[in-house]
Design a protein. Structure first.
Ligand code: COI
Length: 364
């Protein structure tokens, strides 16, 4: 039973009325459930101390390696409540595998897939009342992460590592939701380089995105569109928290090829669903010059971004230094809306899960 996460219930859970008030308008990442799952790794003992206990702060020595060298990775996935009260995860095995790849890139120990899944399921079961009712697009957002917990200032892989899972009831990441976002094409910042950490889900990638995000907001945009260089001759990469997709008038669903971008679970889901909507999925490099020209001449009819937190978010406009253009009439596209509805339909159990993507955590 290497994967058993022993549950020690919190003695101070949130009163029901307070939880109900939070669940009425949770926002994103602001309120947390009563418990956390955790485990510890050392070279001699491997993974041990698997448990689910009360959510509590860490106590870290000021020399703890993660505070200095950012040896940290994370994941993001959601638990969905269906109309019959049951609770489900969506393709969590994909997150487990990406977590393992991120760990390898960041010199962290690999967490077995069975531990990843067991920790999440144990936490969701312990915090079941926190999984929102399926009235809108609310879900329980789950954040597994792992960090270098050794108190040591040498630059080498840590010999004490902590794995932890926390959860928060969540509404869609963007308050504009299905209404759409605008993107700022940064020629100041790039997100990743070949051989770098772009494909890993490590905190450093997100920390480094904050200056670019501030730049985007200064120009009145919601998010950044990263290129692989600092001029507009470069290739389109991703949007920091989301992968990018283009729908063409030829019936293609085009997304930048993997390499320096995150291998999104929603990205893969959308590519798999594309043929159901008469779209041919295409993964290939896309230059910014091509994107701009094909939006202008009408070859690209819709643009959207996809991620676990963001679901499918239409992109309605793109801006850069000295130019701005809208996508179509700057209204969210019809095919984007249909794909979005299909993904959410499967996640919330409103349509049949013909792909076997859902994993039941709690029965009705
Ligand atoms: C996710 O979509 O789960 C993410 O990790 C994006 C973001 C909230 C950092």
């Amino acid at each position: 039973m290497g994967s058993a996460f022993r549950v020690v219930r919190s003695a101070h859970t949130t009163p029901e009325a307070e939880r109900a008030a939070i669940l009425a308008a949770p926002g994103f990442g602001r309120y947390f459930t009563d418990h956390m799952a955790s485990a510890v790794w050392t070279p001699d003992a491997g993974w041990h101390e698997r448990r689910v206990g009360a959510l509590e702060p860490f106590s870290l020595h000021p020399s703890t390696a993660v505070l200095h060298y950012a040896q940290e990775i994370f994941e993001g996935l959601k638990a969905y409540r269906h109309a019959d009260g049951s609770v489900w995860l969506f393709r969590p095995e994909r997150n487990a595998r990406r977590f393992a790849r991120s760990a390898e890139r960041m010199g962290l120990p690999r967490l077995p897939e069975a531990d990843f899944l067991a920790s999440i399921e144990a936490l969701v079961r312990a915090d079941e009342p926190w999984v929102p009712a399926p009235t809108g697009e609310e879900s329980l957002y789950i954040r597994p992460f792992m960090f270098a917990a050794e108190a040591f200032l040498g630059v080498r892989p840590a010999e004490r590592v902590v794995y932890c899972v926390i959860a928060c009831p969540a509404q869609p990441y963007f308050s504009s939701g299905a209404g759409g976002v605008t993107l700022w094409v940064s020629t100041t910042y790039t997100r990743a380089a070949k051989g770098g950490t772009g494909a890993a889900k490590c905190g450093g990638n997100y920390g480094a995105s904050l200056a670019a995000q501030t730049e985007a907001e200064r120009h009145g945009c919601d998010q950044v569109l990263y290129l692989d260089g600092t001029d507009e001759e470069g290739h389109v990469e991703e949007s920091g928290a989301m992968n990018l997709f283009l729908i063409t008038s030829r019936g293609e669903l085009v997304t930048p090829a993997l390499g320096t971008i995150l291998e999104g679970v929603t990205r893969d889901t959308v590519l798999a669903l594309a043929p159901e909507f008469g779209l041919t999925p295409v993964e290939r490099p896309v230059t910014f010059r091509e994107l701009r020209a094909s939006v202008t001449d009408g070859t690209v009819t819709e643009v959207f971004a996809a991620g676990t937190a963001a679901v499918l978010t239409p992109v309605t406009g793109i801006k850069g230094e000295g130019y701005a253009f809208t996508i179509g009439s700057s209204e969210p596209g019809k095919q984007t809306a249909a794909l979005r509805e299909r993904v959410l339909g499967i996640q919330y159990g409103r349509v049949e899960d013909t792909y076997g993507w859902l994993r039941r955590v709690l029965g009705p």
